[in-house]
Design a protein around this ligand. Structure first.
Ligand code: TXA
Ligand code: MG
Length: 327
């Protein structure tokens, strides 16, 4: 059931979490399916509800740096402090060697743990009101786009789950996941915080995306099919290409998405406006309307956003096909 975020519903949510239950909570990136990291049965329920493979670890959410340090092995505490000082609260998830306070269930047996402090007042209030940090993967069923509104969570999990409604998520894309090794900052998953933001704030580190050779550090989640709506996603680079696509299959139900500027410039395309914050919402809307093809006109405006392009690329690789599950 959806509960508007009030001091009363937040207190109730904390109670449910402290009692070993599961609650969907808003964050500034996407909604999370939260449970206490100290409740094995709750963690198992999260994996089960999401139908998530058990070898894909969860992100742990904290409200204070000290709380994060307790979960971090001493050798990684300095780098955690450094990243937290610059980017927390915010959409950066830091992977560090884990302390004994993190269970195998949360970290899926890895010797590391992913931690972040969300920059959402409701998420922080809930974290302050619970006895332990909260593990929270995105609150979508595997195979569906991450939820950016309370309604999306309800659509995936139904009325039995307690959902705290904190409005539409500000970023609408997941956090950026990084791991620092020596003087390198590896981006394991692109996200709401850009590589350039990391570079500017961390001049002492060499920031780069993890590649095949970094396989052993990669986020397990990036192995799975991701962020795909049911419709096929096709990326076009010019309005003419979009027109050709539409002309090829006039009977097909299609929707065209592009930036606000291109929507105005190409009124004949009848396109809908999209940006990073609304991409998943548009994917879900297209699915609800049983659209067969989502044609995205990627102009300079959209192309500039690396994380948005990353999600579009992934969706276009796998959309409409079966395969590994998204997470
Ligand atoms: O914005 C977000 O990060 C949202 C909100 C709710 O915080 N959470 C989220 O969680 O997107 P999830 O579980 O959907 O994605 C977590 C990603 C996965 O790709 C997972 O493999 C990776 O983080 N991850 C988790 N623990 C890791 C670890 N120890 N090492 C490498 N990658 C890890
Ligand atoms: Mg996810």
């Amino acid at each position: 059931m959806i509960h508007p975020a009030t001091s009363h519903s937040v207190r109730q949510a904390c109670q449910v979490l402290n009692d070993g239950g599961v609650v969907a909570i808003p964050t500034e990136t996407v909604y999370g399916l939260a449970c206490s990291i100290d409740r094995p049965e709750a963690i198992r329920r999260v994996f089960k509800l999401k139908r998530r493979p058990s070898d894909n670890p969860l992100i742990v959410h904290v409200h204070a740096v000290d709380q994060a340090l307790e979960l971090t092995a001493s050798r990684d505490q300095n780098i955690l402090r450094r990243l937290a000082e610059v980017f927390w609260p915010g959409p950066l998830t830091v992977v560090v060697s884990r302390s004994s306070k993190v269970s195998d269930l949360v970290s899926a047996g890895l010797d590391t743990v992913a931690i972040r402090m969300p920059a959402h007042p409701v998420a922080l209030e809930i974290l302050r009101g619970t006895q332990s940090p909260l593990a929270a993967p995105s609150a979508n069923i595997s195979g569906r786009p991450s939820p950016t509104r309370a309604q999306h969570v309800l659509d995936d999990f139904g009325d039995e789950l307690m959902i705290i409604d904190g409005g539409a998520c500000e970023h609408g894309l997941e956090s950026t996941v990084v791991r620092v090794i020596g003087s390198e900052c590896l981006i394991l998953r692109q996200g709401a915080l850009s590589a350039d933001d990391l570079r500017h704030a961390l001049p002492e580190l060499f920031v780069r995306s993890a590649n095949e050779a970094d396989q052993r550090h990669r986020s397990p989640g990036t192995r799975y099919r991701h962020y795909a709506p049911k419709a096929r996603v096709v990326i076009c680079r010019s309005p003419e290409q979009v027109q050709d696509m539409l002309a090829e299959n006039p009977a097909e139900r299609a929707v065209v998405l592009t930036s606000a500027i291109s929507v105005e410039r190409n009124a004949d395309l009848n396109a809908r406006m999209v940006n990073a914050a609304t991409l998943y919402d548009e994917f879900r809307r297209a699915d609800a309307l049983q659209v067969e093809r989502i044609i995205v006109l990627c102009d300079d405006e959209l192309s500039r956003n690396e994380a948005l392009m990353n999600r579009l690329d992934k969706a276009s690789e796998s959309g409409g096909q079966s395969g590994d599950e998204a997470v």
